[in-house]
Design a binder for this molecule. Structure first.
Ligand code: SF4
Length: 363
C-alpha cells in the first residue's frame, strides 16, 4: 500500500531535502525530475532538467528513466505522458497543481464555439484551431482531429504562419494575449483579431465581426502575467531611464508594446544571460524566475527587477513543495506509483498529432 501524504506535511523543508536526496540516490537512472522555471527554489534545485514544458517533456522522453516526475502543472505532466515511451510513467507531485489559464478553455465550450461558428462559415474549411501548450490534452486532441496544431510561446509565430497557409482564419485558445501579441507582429490589425467570449452566445460577436476576423482569440489569460501594467514600466523608467524592458507574450498587449524585447521564458533567460555587465532589466514574468535571474547575474553587475510592485507568483506552480516531492519519490522507492498522469489512448493519439505538426513547423 502506498504511504499517505499526511505525515509528509508535518516535515520541514530540511528533512524533506535529505529524504529527497536519499530517494534519488536509490532510484538512480530510473528517475528523472523535471523542473519548470516557475518552480520555487527548494524544488527547482532537485531537477535533472530545467526549462519550459515542451523542452522538458522531450528531454524526459529521450532519457532512460522509467519515472518522469514533473515539477510543474497538470498539462505539463500530460504532455510528458503523451510524448513519452509507453513504458515510462508521468507523475505530478500534487494533482491540484493546475493552470488557471488552461482551465479557461474546456472541450465542451470549445466544441460549442466550433458549432456556433459553423452557423456563419464552414470551420473545417476556413478555420485552423490552435491551442497553446498550456491547455488540457483533450483540447490538443480537438486540434489534432480538426487539422489544427499546438503552439508554445517560442514558436507561436511559425505556427500561425503555417495555419494561414492551410486556412484563412485561426481560432486561438486559451490565451488571448499570446495570440494578439503574436498576430500583431505579423501585421494583423487589432480589429481583425476579435475576442470570443465563451460565456456569451456566438462569443458575443456579430456575423460581420466573425467574417472579417483573421484570428478569433479565446477570452482566456494568465492570472500572473495579467498583473503587469504599462504604468509600471513608465514609473520604473522615470527612476532608471536606461532600463531595458523584457516581457513574456502572455502579458497584456500594452505592456508588450512598451517592451524592448518580447519572448518566452527561455528567451528571457538567454537575453539576460548574454547582456553586457552593468545593464538594468525590468522583467514581466513569474516572480520565482525573476528572483533567480537576479541572484544569478548580480555578480556580473546586472540588475534584474520584477515589473509589478505586487507579488505575483503562480500559485498553482507553488503547490509543488518539497513535502509532495519527498512523498512521490519515497513511494517510488517502495515500488508504488502515486499521482500518475495518464492520458487515454484515443485522446493521446490525436493530441500527439497536433504536437507533431507543431514540432515539424518549429524552427
Ligand atoms: S504562470 Fe500562468 S500560464 Fe503559467 S502555469 Fe501559472 S497560471 Fe498557468
Amino acid at each position: 500500500m502506498s504511504a499517505a501524504i499526511q505525515p509528509y506535511t508535518l516535515l520541514d523543508d530540511e528533512d524533506c531535502e535529505a529524504r529527497i536526496l536519499a530517494a534519488r540516490e536509490e532510484l538512480g537512472e530510473r528517475l528523472v525530475i523535471l523542473g519548470h522555471h516557475y518552480q520555487r527554489n527548494e524544488v527547482f534545485r532537485h531537477a535533472d532538467f530545467t526549462g519550459d514544458s515542451l523542452k522538458l517533456s522531450r528531454q524526459a522522453a529521450a532519457s532512460k528513466a522509467d519515472y518522469i516526475v514533473f515539477c510543474g502543472v497538470h498539462f505539463m505532466a500530460e504532455v510528458a505522458d503523451i510524448l513519452s515511451r509507453p513504458e515510462q510513467v508521468s507523475i505530478l507531485p500534487d494533482m491540484s497543481a493546475g493552470c488557471s489559464m488552461a482551465d479557461m478553455a474546456n472541450l465542451q465550450n470549445v466544441e460549442r464555439a466550433w458549432k456556433e461558428l459553423s452557423e456563419v462559415l464552414n470551420p473545417d474549411e476556413m478555420i485552423t484551431p490552435v491551442t497553446y501548450i498550456n491547455s488540457a490534452a483533450d483540447l490538443k486532441s480537438f486540434c489534432g482531429e480538426h487539422g489544427g496544431i499546438v503552439c508554445t510561446s517560442t514558436n507561436a509565430r511559425h505556427v500561425l504562419e503555417w495555419c494561414f497557409e492551410q486556412r484563412e482564419k485561426v481560432l486561438f485558445f486559451p490565451d488571448q494575449h499570446l495570440g494578439r501579441n503574436t498576430g500583431y507582429t505579423m501585421d494583423i490589425p487589432l480589429d481583425e483579431m476579435v475576442v470570443w467570449d465563451f460565456d456569451k452566445p456566438m462569443g458575443g460577436l456579430t456575423v460581420e465581426q466573425i467574417q472579417q476576423a483573421k484570428i478569433i482569440l479565446w477570452k482566456g489569460f494568465c492570472s500572473v502575467h495579467q498583473m503587469f501594467q504599462p504604468e509600471q514600466i513608465d514609473n520604473f523608467k522615470q527612476k532608471y531611464p536606461e532600463t531595458r524592458v523584457i516581457s513574456h507574450p502572455e502579458s497584456p498587449f500594452e505592456v508588450c508594446q512598451k517592451s524592448d524585447y518580447i519572448g518566452s521564458t527561455e528567451y528571457i533567460i538567454n537575453t539576460i544571460a548574454n547582456a553586457e555587465a552593468g545593464t538594468r532589466w525590468l522583467v514581466a514574468t513569474e516572480l520565482n524566475l525573476v528572483n533567480r535571474l537576479h541572484e544569478q547575474y548580480k555578480h556580473e553587475g546586472k540588475n534584474v527587477h520584477f515589473m509589478s510592485p505586487n507579488v505575483c507568483m503562480c500559485s498553482t506552480m507553488f503547490r509543488i513543495d518539497p513535502q509532495h516531492l519527498a512523498w512521490v519519490l519515497e513511494n517510488l522507492v517502495e515500488g508504488h506509483v502515486v499521482n500518475q498522469v495518464s492520458v487515454p489512448g484515443d485522446v493521446a493519439e490525436q493530441a500527439k498529432l497536433a504536437l507533431e505538426r507543431m514540432l515539424e513547423v518549429s524552427p
